[in-house]
Design a protein around this ligand. Structure first.
Ligand SMILES: *[C@@H]1O[C@H](CO)[C@@H](O)[C@H](O)[C@H]1NC(C)=O
Ligand SMILES: *[C@@H]1O[C@H](CO)[C@@H](O)[C@H](O)[C@H]1NC(C)=O
Ligand SMILES: *[C@@H]1O[C@H](CO)[C@@H](O)[C@H](O)[C@H]1NC(C)=O
Ligand SMILES: *[C@@H]1O[C@H](CO)[C@@H](O)[C@H](O)[C@H]1NC(C)=O
Length: 754
């Protein structure tokens, strides 16, 4: 099953010097700078295309990589390329059209060389599709004046006459990425909302990266950059919106947005509903309103529950944040503003109708909140519209301008094809059957640090731990899979990792992108073809038992000497079978989600950890961590059995020792740690033994976040669902959710312990 998904990079810097990296980099010419010539296309265009979909019914003929020009697209700015582009997407019996909810067996990279592609109808991205433009010279998708569909790119079409029915279930619309495009809707008449860039109604394992949307800057414009009405995401970053009525019109359970610039829009960001969003690194120039938020909806109509904004620069915009309803002394639209620079912004926070909650000007807002503020072990919060406790931000977490450090998705645009090595060229098969352990070990020994290692699409089965040496860059194709299988991974008393990044004591940066780490069961993931952990083996009735439905001992472990930048990472144990027609629920077991013992710095930007038995996030002896937003779900089968069953506590793995009175997994646990900043959290408990009767009394579980008394922690914008106590200290419940109702969730705007 899928257990770690890296939409973006994991960059691990191993810094202590106790052991010598046994692999080292034995190659002779270190990679160095990129050598692509100015006129070269992006390496992805010309690298040999030999990726396979291992579990497709026709793996020998199924084509993973598709260049739209091979399907007749001209990219000349004149020819209508809609049909050719959609032909490139649909070729090969893929998952779309309304009859297939999800599938993992037909992945595709649809590649666009530089050029201008005129389109008159939507480009419809099927399930498990990456749309990738030339990163060196991003192609333009140009909407014709007559463009008449919902958006230039649509990832979840509405079925005509279907009463609102769509192709995919919005919360299960996984595995999509769109990168390196300019989307131009300026030819569409300004007053037409069909001038929309992307209909992006998605869930986890999705990303928008490096996209510019150009729209009409007219005062009466109806154009929109992104339109997203539902879903459970997700991450997006490195986006620019010019003009438009809305840069982003967005409603989704939770999302993380990093590095977005909006110029000359009427409204930069419109939010209609959420449980919690985090915006990091936002620049707004010459708009009428920065964030325009629907609030005050209560339980009947969910509106924006919680918005947390860190590191924004806003210029020449009359209102930075505007809510549709006043808060009136009770929570309803939690806001957190941190390090906000205003230049000529008369109102920092206001209400529709004109009331000013926080005056603006040309000024800096260090740490401000609207909502319920708690401290330490006090059960009583204070409704606040004012300054809230500011977290200490260690310099190691910041960039040179004092913002939380951010890193763009590694795409290696400056590198020439000759600087890559293909694992299939070097003898790895990726067919989901062959044991590729020896081939991969040989490839890392020969090329780590000297070539960018390209994992052609495929499922690479390994039967012992693969060490990825410090200094390695790895890039996958349509989410290449490295899957652990067999006896070495089956000894629950002696767990070993499938992949180990960096040997202890080595140092250097490791970058891994577009790779999924998975297991083939039983192993002490699931839900994906070829895992043996699907509905046939492990249905939700539990009839598969535990032994044969063990997917993983742990998801991701950051050791004491490591440092990591994780972005768009999803550490998921499948709760349903992506390849069954009804997306049937399944009962699998994974012991632990993410354990960090790192002394930092660690960034977890837009990460999620779901359905692990003991905990989702566990920080022990950790320091200097920025986490925002984190999202979790408790296993649906608990409390049957109660944790730690079916696992046992392992002290050397820093498991919580005491489980008395605890009947469900911890979402977040922080012990003996310093400078932990959680900037946005959506921690959900929706079930008890697959039943949802516990949702209304909000008691699917009793406790969900635990902090000891010695750690220094600031948690902002903490939204929980189905949980009595939102926060506990030393495993004693402190904040009762009944104090903070906020629509479907309950929200603590700020909790701190320094
Ligand atoms: C999707 O969003 C629309 C518009 O906000 C809303 O009316 C509808 O109820 C949502 N549907 C689901 C399934 O969440
Ligand atoms: C932000 O995104 C823009 C557009 O992709 C990019 O040029 C810039 O380098 C990014 N900045 C950071 C700090 O990542
Ligand atoms: C506990 O975890 C450690 C570290 O991974 C491992 O070496 C040991 O075998 C585990 N012990 C048990 C009893 O599972
Ligand atoms: C939480 O608060 C509600 C409302 O005041 C109360 O009825 C309930 O007993 C509290 N729960 C606990 C476990 O204290």
């Amino acid at each position: 099953m899928l257990f770690s998904y890296f939409a973006s990079a994991i960059a691990a810097v191993i810094s202590s010097a106790t052991l010598v990296n046994s692999l080292g980099t034995s190659c002779s010419t270190p990679l160095g700078a990129g050598t692509a010539a100015a006129t070269d296309p992006f390496w992805m265009q010309n690298i040999k295309h030999q990726g396979i979909a291992a579990f497709n019914p026709s793996p020998s003929s199924y084509q993973v990589f598709r260049n739209v020009k091979d399907f007749g697209a001209r990219g000349d700015g004149v020819t209508d390329d809609t049909a050719a582009i959609n032909a490139a997407i649909t070729a090969g019996s893929r998952c779309g059209g309304g009859s297939c909810g999800s599938s993992t067996v037909s992945p595709a990279v649809v590649y666009f060389p530089s050029g201008t592609y005129l389109v008159s109808h939507s480009i419809i991205a099927y399930y498990y599709t990456q749309l990738i433009g030339d990163a060196r010279h991003p192609p333009t998708l140009l909407a014709a004046a007559s463009f008449s569909d919902i958006a230039v790119i649509d990832v979840d079409p509405y079925i005509p006459g279907g009463n609102g029915a769509q192709w995919y279930t919005n919360q299960n619309n996984f595995f999509r990425s769109v990168r390196n495009f300019v989307i131009d809707v300026t030819r569409v008449p300004a007053t037409m909302s069909q001038g929309t860039g992307i209909h992006w109604q998605v869930a986890q394992a999705t990303s928008l990266i490096n996209i510019v949307v150009n729209m009409s800057p007219a005062a009466n414009t109806a154009h929109q950059g992104i339109w997203m009405e539902n879903g459970s995401g997700g991450f997006m970053g490195d986006l620019v919106f010019n003009g438009g009525k809305f840069g982003m019109w967005v409603g989704n359970q939770q999302f993380t947005v990093r590095n977005v610039t909006v110029n000359n829009a009427q409204t930069a960001v419109f939010g209609n509903w959420d449980w919690g969003w985090t915006f990091q690194g936002i620049t707004i120039n010459n708009c009428q309103v920065g964030f325009d938020l629907q609030t005050g909806g209560g339980t009947a109509t969910q509106t924006v529950g919680a918005e947390a904004i860190i590191d924004a620069t806003v210029s020449n915009t009359p209102i930075f944040v505007r809510t549709s309803q006043a808060s009136n002394g009770k929570l309803g639209g939690s806001l957190v503003l941190n390090n906000i620079h205003l230049n000529n912004v008369p109102t920092a926070v206001g209400v529709v109708g004109g009331a000013v909650v926080l005056a603006g000007g040309t000024t800096t807002i260090a740490s401000w909140g609207q909502g319920d503020v708690f401290k330490g072990t006090s059960a009583t919060g204070t409704f606040t519209q004012g300054n809230i406790p500011a977290a200490n931000k260690p310099a190691a977490l910041l960039d040179s301008s004092g913002r939380i450090f951010g890193k763009t998705h590694p795409q290696y645009g400056a590198y020439a094809v000759s600087q890559f090595v293909s694992v299939r060229d070097q003898g790895a098969k990726g067919d989901g059957k062959t044991d590729d352990t020896a081939a991969l070990k040989a490839i890392f020994a020969a090329f780590a640090g000297c070539k960018i290692i390209f994992f052609d699409a495929g499922t690479y089965v390994v039967t012992s731990t693969i060490q990825i040496p410090a200094g390695t860059q790895i890039v996958g194709e349509a989410w290449s899979v490295i899957a652990g299988k067999g006896a070495a991974f089956q000894n629950i008393n002696s767990p070993i990792p499938v992949v180990q990044v960096g040997a202890p004591g080595s140092s250097g940066v490791v970058e891994i992108s577009d790779i999924i780490f998975s297991t083939i069961g039983p192993t002490p993931g699931g839900g994906a073809a070829g895992t043996n952990l699907q509905v046939g083996q492990c249905p939700s009735s539990g009839s598969g038992g535990t032994t044969n439905c063990m997917a993983a001992y742990a998801g991701l472990h950051l050791t004491a000497s490591s440092s990591a930048y994780l972005e768009g990472t999803w550490v998921w144990l499948a709760d349903h079978d992506l390849d069954s027609s009804g997306q049937s629920q399944i009962s699998l077991f994974s012991g632990r989600g993410i354990l960090s013992e790192s002394a930092g710095p660690v960034w977890m930007i837009g990460t999620a950890s779901e359905h692990h038995t003991l905990y989702q996030y566990n920080l022990v002896n950790a320091a200097t961590h920025y986490l925002g937003l984190i999202q979790t779900e408790t296993p649906y089968y608990q409390p049957s059995p109660v944790p730690p069953a079916p696992f046992t506590v392992n002290a050397s793995f820093k498991d919580p020792a005491t489980w008395s009175g605890i009947s469900a997994a911890w979402a977040l646990r922080v012990t003996t740690s310093t400078d932990i900043i959680v900037f946005g959290a959506g921690l959900y408990s929706f079930f008890q033994n697959y039943g949802q009767a516990c949702l209304t009394p909000e008691n699917c579980q009793s406790q969900i976040v635990n902090v000891d008394t010695t750690s220094s922690v600031h948690i902002y914008s903490l939204s929980t669902v189905g949980t009595t106590f939102q926060l506990s200290v030393n495993q004693a419940g402190v904040i009762n959710q009944s104090s903070n109702p906020n629509g479907f969730a309950a929200t603590v705007t700020s909790w701190s312990q320094s």
